[in-house]
Design a protein around this ligand. Structure first.
Ligand code: ATP
Ligand code: MG
Length: 561
């Protein structure tokens, strides 16, 4: 039995409820996205929390489409949500529900409220309702329709449903208290007329329940015990309880609020993410720079890394901002364990080994992981003409440059020591276009028999055997840590260098059949993923998931100085 103490305040509540037998020892949660956009990493926090709690306490977690607002909802979003939650590693078995399936039941609940004098049809305009709502310091005014007879309200509500009135002509309001210190309780609107086809119910309905009415009742219909939501719903909790109390339902779920995830250097709001997609700031919801699950999956993030991130950030009662560096740390941590190592040259510079026989090819056996022999190895061909990274060579090196330069010896990863003897320059630009070296045949093992040492080991590929590839260097989508906090036009803060596309990279031949979505460590560079959409056997395309080291810490550090 698990005797460890609960790790957060929600689990504390649940354990207490289990002890007191509050819900008969049941734990039932749900993840209730509105299908009006793709899920993002903030939603992942809620997914992990709800499914995680259900698993931990032997309960169930439902996936519920909270689809009570026809505008903006679509089947495409439903499909993406299903795919994303599955990919994150969670299983709702046969419990996929739609709030839109409850429309009739919700309507009957509303009728019940009217019959009991707890709801009335109000014929004020939306503006008038807003004006009469009062403020934090002043009570609201009662609607002139508040004391309409039950019969009249019932009749009007029925006719609202029948489509007899224009949008906005009437609404149904709960009859609570216009003087309540909690503005949410001042006769909130619970139904409105809205003529818009719904992606599931089409034109069957022209009235739709408001969130506050639909959500608590959907929870109750599904017999949810703990309805976990984000802090902005704290003021709505009394309304949640009021509705369930008035209707005297069998299952009164308990709403518990936690702090939403905020992440630096990005934006977690569907409304704003939609804007990025619609304005073409990104290539789509699954652009690898997007904080969406679809974008992160395409970029190469693993579900394990995301789940681990959600575990680490924990669950709290007050809002905070998590550093993007933590998310990047989690993916590095995961891929460090399991990504095979390969050699790729992003910016190729030709190297000719003058004393290596023309036409000769050797195959070096290179392990896929330095610590994990069980991951096996692959053969990497070595020949007279090779490519190295341009940045690994400098003709006139500064003092502490340890890599290749004229007269200097370095080690080739998994192979020989080589020494630069001369360079070839482009006569027009003066740029070094080819480096000539000699190799020491005695150093095949990576060590010199005479014990001499080199300062650096650099990676390489064989010119004839390597293959071309496109590599997309993705970086953070925004250049500032709080793009949403800087006013409304957050698109001004997009990082102009969030994508750099390199088209003349060279990859070692073992990557020829790399499966779409597979991930690698490019030695000395970072973690990369075969782009699931654009890569093919004819044209390999890799996405950078994350560099080996965090270069942003440096940038931020410099700014502070
Ligand atoms: P957004 O603010 O991005 O538009 P939303 O809250 O409108 O999101 P929903 O589809 O209603 O999106 O969210 C489904 C569930 O995910 C809700 O329970 C919500 O509280 C939770 N959720 C949404 N954003 C976050 C976040 N940043 N951190 C944690 N949970 C979140
Ligand atoms: Mg919402």
């Amino acid at each position: 039995m698990d005797v460890s103490s609960p790790t957060d305040f929600i689990r504390e509540i649940i354990e207490e409820d289990l002890k007191t037998g509050k819900h008969g020892g049941r734990v039932a949660t749900r993840f209730p996205p509105e299908p009006n956009g793709y899920l993002h990493i903030g939603h992942a926090k809620s997914v992990c929390l709800n499914f995680g709690i259900a698993a931990q306490y032997g309960g169930t977690c439902n996936l519920r489409m909270d689809d009570t607002d026809p505008s903006g909802e679509s089947q495409e979003y439903v499909d993406s949500i299903i795919q994303d939650v599955k990919w994150l590693g969670f299983d709702w078995e046969d419990r996929l529900y739609y709030a839109s399936d409850y429309y009739e039941q919700l309507y009957q609940y509303a009728v019940q409220l009217i019959k009991e004098g707890k709801a009335y049809v109000c014929s004020l305009s939306a503006d008038e309702i807003r004006e009469q709502r009062g403020t934090l310091t002043e009570p609201g005014k009662e609607s002139p329709y508040r004391n309409r007879s039950i019969e009249e309200s019932l009749d009007l509500f029925r006719r609202m449903r029948a489509g007899e009135f224009e949008d906005g002509a009437h609404v149904l309001r709960a009859k609570i208290d216009m003087a309540s210190p909690n503005i949410t309780m001042r006769d909130p609107v619970i139904y409105r007329i809205k003529r818009a086809p719904h992606y599931r119910t089409s034109n069957k309905w022209c009235i739709y329940p408001m969130y506050d009415f639909a959500h608590c009742l959907s929870d109750s219909i599904e017999k949810i015990t703990h309805s976990i939501c984000t802090l902005e719903f704290e003021n709505n909790r009394p309304l949640y309880d009021w509705i369930l109390d008035q209707l005297n339902v069998d299952c009164h779920s308990q709403q518990i609020e936690f702090a939403r995830l905020n992440l630096s250097y990005t934006i977690l709001s569907k409304r704003r993410l939609i804007e990025l997609v619609q304005k073409g700031c990104v290539t789509g919801w699954d652009d690898p720079r997007m904080p969406t699950i679809a974008g992160m999956r395409r970029r190469g993030y693993t579900p394990e890394a995301i789940r681990n991130f959600c575990d680490r950030i924990g669950v709290a009662k007050n809002d905070s901002v998590i550093d993007m560096a933590l998310l990047e740390h989690c993916i590095r941590d995961d891929l460090n364990e399991r990504a095979p190592r390969v050699m790729v040259v992003l910016h190729p510079l030709r190297v000719v080994i003058d004393n290596y026989p023309e036409g000769k090819v050797e195959e070096f056996d290179c392990p896929y992981h330095p610590q994990k022999t069980e991951m096996g190895s692959r053969k990497v061909p070595f020949s007279r003409v090779l490519f190295i990274e341009q940045e690994d060579f400098l003709e006139h090196p500064p003092k502490k440059f340890y890599r290749l330069s004229p007269g200097k010896e370095v080690r080739f990863r998994y192979g020989y020591f080589i020494k630069c003897v001369s360079v070839v320059k482009d006569p027009n630009t003066g740029e070094v276009v080819e480096v000539h070296c000699t190799y020491d045949p005695e150093t095949r093992s990576g060590f010199a028999p005479d014990g001499r040492k080199v300062d650096a080991t650099i990676h390489w590929v064989s010119a004839d055997h390597s293959m071309p590839a496109e590599v997309r260097l993705y970086d953070r989508l925004f250049g500032v840590s709080d793009p949403a906090g800087e006013g409304d036009d957050f698109t001004k803060f997009l990082n102009p260098r969030s994508l750099e596309t390199l088209t003349s990279c060279r990859v070692e031949p073992s990557l020829s059949g790399a499966a779409p979505g597979s991930r690698f460590q490019f030695e000395r560079i970072g973690y990369f993923c075969v782009d699931p959409k654009d890569s093919s056997s004819k044209k390999l395309v890799f996405n950078r998931i994350v560099p080996l080291r965090d270069s942003w810490a440096k940038v931020v550090g410099q700014k502070k100085k």
